[in-house]
Ligand binder design. Sequence first.
Ligand code: SF4
Ligand code: SF4
Length: 512
Amino acid sequence: MGLPNSSPRGHLLLDKKYLAYNEQLDFLSQIQEIVDDFILEDTKSITINNQIALIYTSDDGEMPSIVKHFGKDLESDFEVFYLDIAKIASVNGGFGNFTAKMENEENISFAQAVVFVYEENLLRFRGIYSVADFDNPQSLMVYLKENLGIYSYKEVISFKNEICQYYHRRDKHCSKCAQICPTFGVGANDSLMELVFSPIDCTACGLCVGVCPTGALEYEEIPKEGLEEIIDLYEDKVIFLCDYQGYENLIRQNFILPSSLTPLVLPNLTFLNENDLMSMLQTSGNEILIFMQDLENQWIESVVDFVKSITMQIYTKNAIYYTDNVEEIYQRATEIQSFEKYLYKNRYNKPHRESFAQRLQYMIKDKDFGIAKSIAPVFYGNIKVDSTRCTLCLSCVGACNVNAIFAKEDDFSLRFNPSICTTCGYCVTSCPENVMDLSRDGLELNREYFKSKELAKDEPFKCVECGKVFSTKKSIDKVFAILSSAFASDEKKLKTLQCCPDCKVKVMFGGL
Ligand code: SF4
Ligand code: SF4
């Protein structure tokens, strides 16, 4: 990015004429210290040799002249392979270590490649470049040469499989991270139901972290714990949020930040989720102003719109203003609205929806503000159970890894807290009775939505032999109804249907 790590991000935007300039600079230095604490060292490296593939398409079997010329220029520094895409069966490996398997069974190894045809899957690899992305052949050549030698990279994304809603499940109920990843940084292996991480392909854009509904992914450059430390410093300030790219752009335009705003410059904004934005809003007590150039980015747009719709319904004012226009920043800085403050500590060892629920309850109090509709891919919803048919087998409880649905042992009830449910649907498909109904309409802004409620209830069933509780009445009644006619002539077997496992054996092999 060309920004020195040691300079407080954002200081170049401050107005030196403003009296509190030094104070603001000190403040930004504090933030830089927190960021420095989390800076990751390069942990891995690979060697990039000079083997390069030029991948092209041809209408008449001839190599296009542009490819020939480009290859000629490269040949003094590289060993060049010319590959017709129609003759490639597959490309495997990664940056520094690719292998193209050709239709004639030949394997071609190369460290980097340039493609002269639009091929989305190839371009998701780091180390494979499209000519179309460079202004001219010279700049591409310089880039390829700079890659030669030792290439170091970091593992920016970490993963907790225990709260992942894809990992080792029987059916696919998530993989949002793999779907949104623009490279092969994270992919989904559906035959193993495991995520596959490729740090070398990861561009650290943070999208997978932002979109993850449970917080199973962490952005290690600024983990959520560090982000909260930073946000805490913005109490009573007006946050002007932008990413490094936006920051550089503002500097190029000689932009000077209005003194009423305090910059918060992050590597990217796409790793933020609804709870992060709400933390900023409630800690600062002021509207957030975002400078964002990629207004088309679906994730950040959805999450911002979702938070805005909540504050609109509760406070009837917009909490977040985003723009890609410098003039609008000056204008908006004069119209910043204040919001209700709430200094709450997020729970980092729990899925982020639990903290978000706490924050929302504070805003809602005992009122009802209707429903904040889900905005894909931010889904909230609710679950209904036909309690007359539920046997309390608890398959749904075993399926849920965020504890939104759970069993209350002391009264044999099945309970559900919609505010922490991600609406993944795994409980629904795990239910053998097919009595669950999931809606993804949105988040209900009333007190009841944040409390656990009873979905179904049963009575304990005691073993008819020893009196030990071993099941629920409904599940035994169901089994009895199905098997009693088949066992009608065998009194022993009939009795085992109402026995605990220990007594079942005794009854079968002993007397009645
Ligand atoms: S988005 Fe999160 S929960 Fe979903 S598959 Fe990825 S890591 Fe798992
Ligand atoms: S309650 Fe069901 S839909 Fe909600 S998170 Fe748990 S398993 Fe997924």
